[in-house]
Design a protein around this ligand. Sequence first.
Ligand code: PGA
Ligand code: ZN
Length: 423
Amino acid sequence: MGFKIKKIKAREVLDSRGTPTIEAELLTDSCCARAIVPSGASTGIHEALELRDNDRKRYNGKGVLKAAENVRSKIAKKIQGMDCRRQREIDSILIELDGTENKSRLGANAILGVSIAVCKAGAICSNMQLYGHVQKLCGSKKFMLPVPQMNILDGGAHVGAENDIQEYMIIPYDFKSFSECLRAGTETYYVVKNRIEKKYGYKAVSVTAEGGFIAPMDGVEERLEFLQSSIEEAGYGGKIKLALDCAASEFYDDKNKKYTISDKEYSVDELIDFYNGLAKKFSIISIEDGFAQDDWNGWKSFNKELGKKIQVVGDDLLVTNIARIRKALDEKACNALLLKANQIGTVTEAIDAAGISFKNKWNVVVSHRSGETEDSFIADLCVGISSNQCKFGAPARSERTTKYNRLLRIEEELGNKAGLARL
Ligand code: PGA
Ligand code: ZN
């Protein structure tokens, strides 16, 4: 088989928001592998840098021609001729070639596109499934299908609202298989859709970037009550729990150290009480980014108070960055990692971020971005690293369902060789 990288191409394509993104294409003598990079909206300030052209004449400045050129010239020159199975070696060359803390020279989008294409080529040339190849790269011994966190109602930055909790999710967990979880979650989504349409009219059921509905009801409690009763109506009471992604950096004021949700201001202690009250009243089992990205004291107190009862997930706090994960472990700031490969920029660093999290008994939630693509790499990543959960959005819009559908195929292929992760 031809494992040697012969050529690397890159082009500007569109993501699910119609925003340009990078597609990297890698050729060996025997295969061709492509990867498309996703993009966030409520992006953490510590994430690796997405290189954009800032040329207002094209795509409102969002073009990625410079990043594509970096792939074709600087990156291609360096890794052509290398063996595509040597992921770790190639990724460290990419990191070194960039030479900055946040991959701002070449662009994390350029680097990740190549890194994922290398990973896919490594699998194809080895005649392996992509998840199997990922498993080999990370040295994991088991396969597990993830429990899904499914986005149903959206607020905050994802719908253009200020001072608002961003995502209201359901976690179908008490089932025998991933496909049953997906079915229960999807049937609940239908119930939510019907109830919103009946109560708020047909205009209220258009979907957001991640496929959820723009929450038409005011207030956090009303939304959670709506979800809870929809779960009951769908016939899944007790088998589906709730989760929030607050994206609290979006409603934090660094100057007065206060959080604002709707019209109410909260200190750290008041916000902990608020979340605690919600967790007691509703069946919430996971809260992501309950505090702002650099409010370490807020995170520490929150994790101390609630970390034994619920999953405290770090997204903007950790940005899939090993140094920040280490700090969070030292400070006991959270107990789960949200893993987004484009926050850090290479497959190897994403795998290592998961590795250190597992080693410290954290859960790992592999996540999409609000700007996604038809690339289903993260589904294979999930199974390859044996992550506990996946966060791929609502069961709607093909850039989301392509990931769920890939997991269905993997589940079918693995049969009883892979169980469903436990919460
Ligand atoms: P983003 O949102 O992709 O817009 O950052 C997803 C999330 O916060 O989990
Ligand atoms: Zn998040």
